[in-house]
Structure formats: structure tokens, C-alpha cells
Design a protein around this ligand. Sequence first.
Ligand code: NAP
Length: 296
Amino acid sequence: MAAKIISGAEVAKQIREELKREVDQLKAKTGIVPGLVTILVGENPASVSYVTGKQKTAKELGFYSIQDNQPADISEAALLALIDQYNKDAKIHGILVQLPLPKHVNETNVLYAIDPKKDVDGFHPVNVGKLMIGEADYLPCTPAGIQELLVRSGVKTKGAELVVVGRSNIVGKPIANIMLQKKDGANSTVTIVHTGTPPEKMIEHCRRADILIVAAGVPKYVKADWVKEGAAVIDVGVNRIGMSESGKAILAGDVDFEPVKEKAGLITPVPGGVGPMTITMLMKNTVKAAKVAAGV
Ligand code: NAP
């Protein structure tokens, strides 16, 4: 039987409605409006499109939001000074520096400079460390979105064999850490596979997964015969595989969607799966930061 398609767009819409109510209540009760600044260095088209989406959602939710555009040749010192200014700005609860940064700027220095209490992207080493010990203030947005999709789709995570393909710092490692915590919506038996895993072992690991999360950045990589009958398959990949006649990018995930959907129990599409959840979780983290600042 064909898999149920998990619509990230619908789940994200539902969470945004919940957040809008929280924002309205926070304003009414405390006068505090969640504040988010997105800092964009240069004009990388993908980054411009990401920050535009983030700002649009922030406005829809009634946030105080600032889009801070900086030239591609801004010095690292000037960027750090700018971040420090937002660290001290009481109206700003969340700071996001859109990555990647130009080569002359050290990304680690920039991530360290953000006040961990305002690190709504969840990339500051303090928050990464807190995630490891199960005490995260802010979960990184894409992995948090994946967990939320699993939970809201009713997938049983406790005791599930969960395999993650990919070990990046922004997706693979954090989602593996989130799902192995002894907590509701997690408590899975977690395996991570990567380019160091021999190919035949990789397939073996994937085949026993009740939950298979794929973040490799390789289009249509995971095939139907790698997937256990009835598994929940989360496809994080976003790969441009061509251009339509109207000039729109044609996207493919890391999972060979059509054949895999005949085998899986649940599957996320690309686009419209994990993608819409990422921005929504950024908004959720910002509301949380504002509530902490308000003491509620
Ligand atoms: P990344 O930094 O390139 O990491 C990819 C990971 O996959 C690496 O750990 C790499 O292993 C592993 N890998 C690559 N080829 C593999 C193979 N053939 N077999 C097994 N493992 C392999 O990518 P990322 O940032 O994690 O992103 C992964 C995908 O998700 C990309 O398509 C990206 O566009 C997408 N993404 C989507 C969202 C969203 O919001 N929807 C957010 C972030 C990323 P090594 O460590 O050994 O090199």
C-alpha cells in the first residue's frame, strides 16, 4: 500500500496558528513583542530567498523584525560589533546570521559571538552542548522540525530503530542526538551512517530502520529496496536537479520518492516536507526567547 504523505506545509501552518495565539497573549499580558533580527552578508540568491521567507513569516506572526543587510566585504570585526549591538538590544530576542558567510569571515567566531540566550538557530556551541545533555534551550530548527513532524504524525519513537543518513552539524548529528534523548517524542535506538560506512553495511542499516531520516545531499540516493515495509521516511534533502521551462528550479530529495512511497508507511515529500518546518521552528524558538525575557 502506498505511504501516507506527511505534509510539512500543513503541520507548519498548524504550528504557526498556535504561535500567533501565543504571540497575541504575550503582547496582551506583558506588552512584549517577540523580536527577531536576520543578518544577511552579501547577496547570495539562496540566502536572500531564505531570509526573505523568515522575515515574511515573522511579520505574519506579528513579530518586531529587522532585516539587516550587510555588504559582502564587511570585516569580521564589524560583523562581531553588529552582533554585540543586537545582543544588547532588549527589543531583540532572537539573532540569526544567515550562513554561509564570505570566506574572509570565520563562521565559528560569528556563532560564538551571539548571546546563547538569543541563539534561536541553536548553533552556538553552548546550545549544541546543552542538546547533547538533553537540556537544550533552543533546538536547531531543521532537526526540531523533523522531530515535530514525527510526533504530530503519530510515529512511535520510543524503542524504534532510527537510522540517520548523514552526520552534518546542522542536520545529521543534532537529529540523532535529539532522538536518542530519554524523553517523549524520542527515546529511539539511533544509528548514524555516512561516507565512512561501507555501502553494503549502509543498506543493511537502512533496511532495519523503523524511522529513516536522510540528510546526505545526494539526489534520489535512498532506493526502495533499502527501506523496510511500513517505515517512516523523512527526506531532508533539497537538491536542484534541473530547471523548468518557466525557469523554476526542479527539486529532488535524497530519497527516490516514487518507488519508496510504495514501500514506506509514511513519507515526506520534497518540496513541502521538512522545508516548511525549518522556518516555523525558528519562529517557535524566538517566541520562547521572548517569553524567557518576559519571565513567563
Ligand atoms: P552536508 O553538510 O553536505 O552533509 C551531508 C552528510 O551526508 C555528510 O555527513 C556526508 O558524510 C553524508 N553523505 C554524503 N554523501 C553520502 C553518501 N553517499 N552516503 C552516506 N552518507 C553521505 O549536508 P547537510 O547540510 O546535512 O544537508 C543535507 C541535505 O539536506 C542537503 O540536500 C540540504 O540541502 C538539505 N537541507 C535541507 C534543509 C531543510 O530545511 N529542508 C535544511 C538543511 C539541509 P561525510 O560526513 O562523511 O562527508
